[in-house]
Design a protein around this ligand. Structure first.
Ligand code: PMP
Length: 404
């Protein structure tokens, strides 16, 4: 049974005050808050198991290795990968994307084309631009419409025998639009192109099945899913991970090293050079356990209710415009008050203890499309409440009054 008041007790930070007011945390798309179950797992690791993994014969090292590999299996099972070696631990979504982009440097040639979308975060634009610079390949962009949706008929026209890769986020961090990734993947495969889905914003709300999606690569960050910062995952189909060269050289990723030649370790270690974020990996697993115990269907239903309520309440404020009005949305509301800079609204909300993000949200092309410098973004999580939305609405009205 989903009970938000019980859930909120798991998050110590939600009972703190900011500027003398109870914290209202609506910056979940930037990073989620951490439940005490995950905090306990971090303390437990450093109190009882802290050791380097995969190389020690001693007990602590073996216990830490077992916990780390169990976490990999939890991630495998959560995303429904076929093999646990298809899960690569990364430092986050950005690292996962760069790992794949770097790997494709040796696989692309000048006539090849890469497709991204107009709704991407900078971390799903810049690495592909760098890849195009290295290889001479061309970057093409699926355009968006006023509602903040990708125009699929234009996507169809961009695809050709030259398309080698398609990169799209599942959910836009700036607008909350849920992109039709099933269609995007199926169409790309008809042209023999590989697809990477950036799941940074979808994974906290939607449980993906990478086998059912038939996606080639999928990336996510633990810190957006109630886990710690500095750790994330890359799923890659075994055949692709075998084809891609390693990203970084170092310890852990080798089979044998001489000064003449080095051979690489098997998957997943080929992509995991150096000592990883061991506590991060293990507690990423704890965060998945926590979210799965609540249940992603329960989370989605509740968040949908919150999103509808917030959209309705904010829309009623005269002069407030919401960007991203697709019917397919998750927990993000991006808006502006007419004639008022988003930063000023964010500053007043902070004085009231309300945390929102203001600016371009690392998605400048979207802001350029709407010809605005940025937005105020309230991003919701399953531990938010309608009362907190009421506080936000009152805060926005106050900001409007003070700044008009
Ligand atoms: N892609 C999207 C859609 C995001 O929202 C973010 C984080 N804001 C990233 C990529 C980058 O994630 P990280 O900073 O955890 O690497």
């Amino acid at each position: 049974m989903f009970n938000v008041e019980t859930i909120r007790q798991d998050f110590p930070i939600l009972s703190r005050k900011v500027n003398g007011k109870p914290l209202v945390y609506f910056d979940n798309a930037a990073t989620s808050q951490t439940p005490k179950q995950v905090i306990k797992a971090i303390v437990d690791y450093y109190s009882n198991y802290n050791a380097n993994i995969h190389r020690g014969v001693h007990t602590l090292s073996q216990e830490a290795t077992d916990l780390y590999e169990q976490a990999r299996q939890k991630i495998q099972s959560h995303f429904n990968a076929k093999f646990s070696h298809e899960i690569i631990f990364t430092s986050g979504t950005t690292h996962g994307i760069n790992l794949v982009a770097n790997g494709f440097s040796s696989l692309l040639k000048k006539a090849d084309e890469i497709i991204v979308s107009a709704l991407e975060h900078h971390s799903n634009i810049v690495p592909w631009q760098m890849l195009c610079e290295r290889t001479g390949a061309t970057l093409k962009v699926i355009p968006m419409n006023e509602d903040g949706e990708l125009i699929m008929t234009d996507y169809d026209k961009l695809l050709s025998k030259h398309t080698k890769l398609v990169f799209v986020n599942h959910v836009s961090n700036a607008l909350g639009t849920v992109n039709p990734i099933e269609y995007i993947i199926e169409k790309a495969h008809q042209f023999g192109a590989a697809v990477l889905i950036d799941g940074a914003q979808s994974s906290p709300h939607i449980k993906p099945d990478v086998q059912k999606l038939d996606v080639d690569f999928y990336v996510a960050s633990a810190h957006k899913m109630c886990g710690p910062t500095g750790v994330g995952m890359l799923y890659g189909k075994e055949e692709w991970l075998k084809k891609l060269p390693p990203y970084q050289g170092g310890g852990e990723m080798i089979a044998e090293v001489t000064f003449e030649k080095t051979s690489y370790a098997d998957l997943p270690h080929k992509f995991e050079a150096g000592t990883p974020n061991i506590a991060g990996g293990i507690t990423f697993g704890a965060a998945l356990d926590y979210m799965n115990a609540i249940g992603f269907e329960n989370i989605a239903t509740y968040e949908h209710e919150l999103l509808s309520y917030a959209t309705e309440q904010l829309s009623a404020i005269k002069g407030l415009k919401i960007y991203g009005t697709s019917a397919q949305k998750t927990s993000v509301i991006s808006f502006n008050l007419k004639g008022i800079h988003p930063y000023d609204v964010g500053t007043i909300l902070d004085k009231l203890g309300i945390a929102v993000r203001t600016g371009h949200h690392c998605a400048q092309p979207i802001m350029d499309f709407y010809k605005i410098p940025g937005t105020v973004r309230a991003s919701l999580a399953f531990y938010n409440t309608k009362a907190e939305i009421d506080a936000l609405v009152e805060g926005v009205k106050k900001a409007k009054m003070m700044l008009s």
